[in-house]
Design a binder for this molecule. Structure first.
Ligand code: ADP
Length: 551
């Protein structure tokens, strides 16, 4: 027996985790599972993962022929559809970076993002061409614009040298051996919606994307398998539609892409047609769908679960989905910087023993972390961790293999904070509690919490309480200057019932929140300002109303 150095490294193959592996796997082992898309051309398109792989390879070959190299940024401006799916794989598969651009941003922000990312080509739905027309002369890095539409439907545009996607890929070989890439190489780029300052870029790697997908499909997370028919109603232009275009092929699940049809009527037709059982999106989308179902006396019996994130889940939504449709609302928390899924509140057998209120309490939380994600709340003065008792509120920090370590070409060192054990955390900008069972509850964005007499009032809790009042479509709370208490809350209400009175709302809120939380005024408005990702744009209201209570 020879005595040598102990073997300290594992002796397994150093196989990198790559995005191209996901589509290869789906095409080999779930070849006939479908991707069903609502096309902008007006019809429903359906093809298999093996058909998709062929076109992904044709796109990859086309990009290589155009001279695209590893690390080049290729922008996309597109709805959820099969061609956008092909971009995800065709671009990242050859080591280029798929940069998804949010078309709801202001045109100056779109210009800023394309310039900052230095995109060399753009792949774009025809309906978004008018967004580029006024800024195209200033897009100095862009060499060509590829339009994602059937060749015979190419629109007329003032833009020169448009390339038709179908014509471009039709002439390409469908054979390609994906290049060997380092798993840590960059794969996708997404900018935050920039509620303050310019949007900031988050650059995901192949490894982070695949690991995020592995963790997110688990039973205690989204619970996606080859039996699942999943429809992301979150756009593919924002944080990769929460990773679903990667998770579905990895799981061999049927993927349903709603195009630009996010309204109740369009969603209903596609759910009914494809027999969707899992959908994901922000709360407002579901309010729209429910309104349509109620008005038309319809049900969606195939749907078992609706994943809700991006904002807190109002209790009224949890309850309506449960009682009226038998659907479990699966709460999710995450952000662009966390790929985005980090915490989820999956359904448990033990819930069948709980009262409705106990269950709804869990479903209005933000869930608990997936393996890989660590969350902690810190005191804003001592920067020490706080108790997990569901009461202590602190700055929410997060770390993990799919959490960013720095922004793209931007120094924001103040977002990355070392704790007493030398661990680096990303500071989310959220204030939260964590309870003894690890359930996270977002109290507020640090900048939105109302600081009244040294105490915090959660604008989210107050909004959710108001949202339960009949006749209210949307509610928004901001803190404004107050001479005695520093800040006091005021409530903005969009009411579908034009006869709704302030007094009724005060009475309704009376037994839902502490007395000192009651807003100092209630203001009826026709609509509320939103960011490009559909969140309430509170800064605009704060600027306008800051002196409202002292003048
Ligand atoms: P942005 O592009 O503006 O960063 P994100 O889509 O990344 O937008 O949003 C992240 C933020 O959304 C979180 O920091 C949090 O404030 C809010 N958010 C996300 N999920 C939840 C949730 N379940 N409950 C409350 N707030 C949430």
């Amino acid at each position: 027996m020879s005595i040598g150095k102990p073997q300290t490294s594992g002796q397994m193959m150093a196989q990198p985790l790559l995005i191209s592996d996901l589509i290869e796997y789906a095409a080999s082992h779930h070849a006939q599972q479908k991707i069903i898309s609502n096309r902008l051309e007006g019809d429903v398109h359906s093809y298999s993962y093996s058909d998709a792989l062929v076109r992904c390879k044709q796109l990859a070959n086309a990009l290589l022929a155009l001279g695209v190299e590893k690390g080049d940024r290729i922008g996309t401006l597109a709805w959820n559809g099969y061609r956008h799916f092909e971009c995800y794989y065709g671009i990242s598969g050859i080591g280029a970076i798929c940069h998804t651009i949010n078309p709801r941003l202001y045109s100056e922000q779109i210009e800023y993002i394309i310039q900052h990312a230095e995109d060399s080509y753009l792949l774009i739905d025809a309906c978004f061409l008018p967004l580029l027309e006024p800024i195209v002369d200033r897009l100095t890095s862009v060499k060509g614009i590829i339009v994602l539409i059937d060749a015979e439907q190419m629109p007329t545009s003032s833009l020169n040298n448009l390339i038709n996607y179908e014509e471009l890929i039709a002439e390409q070989d469908d054979q390609l051996i994906w290049p060997d890439l380092d798993a840590d190489s960059a794969a996708c780029l997404c900018y935050t919606s920039g509620t303050t300052g310019n949007p900031k870029g988050v650059l995901y790697s192949h490894r982070s994307t695949v690991m995020h997908a592995f963790a997110s499909r688990n039973p205690d997370a989204l619970n996606i398998s080859s039996d699942t028919v999943v429809m992301p109603v979150v756009p593919m232009y924002h944080v990769s539609a929460w990773g679903i275009p990667y998770i579905a092929p990895m799981s061999g699940a049927t993927l349903v892409l709603p195009g630009q049809g996010m309204a109740g009527k369009d969603l209903y037709s596609l759910i009914d047609f494809a027999k969707v059982d899992l959908m994901l999106g922000v709360p407002t989308v579901w309010l729209g769908l429910i309104e349509y179902l109620k008005e038309n006396n319809l049900t969606i019996p195939s749907v078992k679960t609706v994943g809700v994130g991006g904002a807190a889940s109002p209790k009224v939504l949890v309850e309506t989905l449960d009682k009226d449709y038998g659907i479990y609302l699966l709460p999710i928390w995450g952000m662009t910087e966390t790929s985005p899924l980090a915490t989820l509140g999956a359904k448990k057998n033990a819930m069948s023993e709980m009262t409705d209120d106990q269950r709804y309490d869990i479903q209005t939380s933000a869930g608990k972390p997936m393996l890989g994600i660590e969350i902690e709340i810190f005191d804003e003065n001592t920067h020490l961790p706080l108790k997990h008792d569901g009461k202590d509120r602190g700055l929410l920090r997060v770390r993990g293999p799919w959490v960013l370590s720095s922004y793209y070409k931007l120094d924001k060192a103040d977002c990355f904070i070392e704790d007493q054990q030398g661990k680096i955390w990303f500071d989310t900008g959220d204030i939260a509690t964590i309870d003894k069972d690890s359930y996270l509850r977002i109290v507020d964005r640090a900048k939105d919490v109302v600081k009244s007499g040294g105490e915090w009032i959660s604008s989210i809790d107050l909004e959710n309480a108001a949202q339960g009042c009949e006749g209210i479509t949307e509610a928004c709370v901001i803190g404004v200057k107050h001479l005695k208490w520093d800040e006091r809350p005021i409530l903005f209400v969009v009411a579908q019932d034009k006869k709704l009175e302030k007094e009724t709302i005060y009475q309704f809120l009376g037994d839902k929140v502490a007395k000192w939380w009651l807003p100092d005024d209630i203001i009826f408005v026709d609509s509320l300002p939103h960011t490009a990702t559909g969140k309430l744009q509170k800064r605009t209201l704060r600027d306008q109303y800051w002196n409202y209570l002292i003048t």
